[in-house]
Design a protein around this ligand. Structure first.
Ligand SMILES: Nc1ncnc2c1ncn2[C@@H]1O[C@H](COP(=O)(O)OP(=O)(O)OP(=O)(O)O)[C@@H](O)[C@H]1O
Ligand SMILES: [Mg+2]
Length: 235
């Protein structure tokens, strides 16, 4: 069956992001445009400090107070407003960051972490949410013993699997991975990338893979957009 692609899942038009700092205001990136269609897998590649994470935060409406953004961001053809973002953040656009231990709730077990997002964002009753959380944790490679572990009891790779489970449990149409493997050693890096690619392919969601790691991007083998300098650019 032919799939009709009416609107891109994500479109960034001439996006610029800058920050107020003690030395004054500074644009980090300007004139950045990007189009992602459903199922597209694109790597955003570039050295440290060029604004890759800033772009991810802008897409999610999570830029800090001292940031300013110009340009337009559309999700499924509609301009993204802050109100709409509250609804689609997490459910339709999911993100996994570099340091899972920095944002996984330290007071919850792996299964509670995943179940909580399902209760809050999908309104699932607790018992159903826990069942689904266990299923997703199993899919990302956790064994049953680990379901009841707290983040501090999990290795970096295992914690990253929980963070991935927390995000994909909501079945987002767009998954953003911001340096998801940068804190892991080489073998684990490949394992996690393989897992994420399998999950993305199975779900059909689009994937924006943010990385400064050329090898990781080669391993994923997707289309790439390179940001090399932070002085006014267009794509
Ligand atoms: N809250 C902030 N206030 C001021 N400057 C900021 C803020 N957040 C980021 N910056 C600056 O914006 C620039 C881009 O940061 P960003 O984190 O987007 O880069 P990056 O490409 O993701 O880098 P990395 O590969 O190291 O993660 C950097 O120079 C950074 O110092
Ligand atoms: Mg970054």
């Amino acid at each position: 069956m032919q799939v009709l692609k009416t609107n891109p899942i994500l479109k960034l038009e001439d996006v610029g992001i800058g920050y107020d700092a003690p030395v004054g205001f500074n644009w980090v990136i300007r004139g950045f445009s990007l189009v992602l269609w459903p199922g597209d897998k694109v790597a955003l590649l570039g050295p440290s400090g060029v604004g890759k994470s800033s772009i991810a935060l802008a897409i999610l409406g999570l830029l800090p107070e001292n940031a300013m953004m110009e340009g337009k961001i559309y999700f499924e053809g509609e301009l993204v407003s802050s109100k709409r973002l509250q609804r689609i953040r997490g459910t339709e656009i999911g993100i996994v960051f570099q340091q899972p231990h920095a944002y996984l709730n330290p007071l919850m077990t792996a299964e509670q972490i995943v179940a909580e997002v399902l209760e809050v964002k999908k309104n699932l009753p607790k018992i159903v949410a826990i069942e689904k959380a266990r299923k997703v944790l199993f899919e990302v490679g956790l064994d049953r013993d680990s379901f009841k572990k707290y983040p501090f009891q999990l290795s970096g790779g295992m914690a990253q699997r929980v963070a991935i489970a927390q995000t994909i449990a909501l079945e987002p149409k767009l998954l953003i991975g911001d340096e998801i493997t940068s804190s892991l050693d080489a073998d684990l890096r490949r394992e996690i990338l393989k897992l994420v690619m399998e999950l993305v392919e199975r779900s059909g969601s689009a994937f924006l893979f943010i990385s400064h790691d050329e090898e990781a991007v080669n391993y994923v083998g997707c289309k790439r957009i390179r940001i090399n300098s932070n002085k006014g650019q267009g794509y």
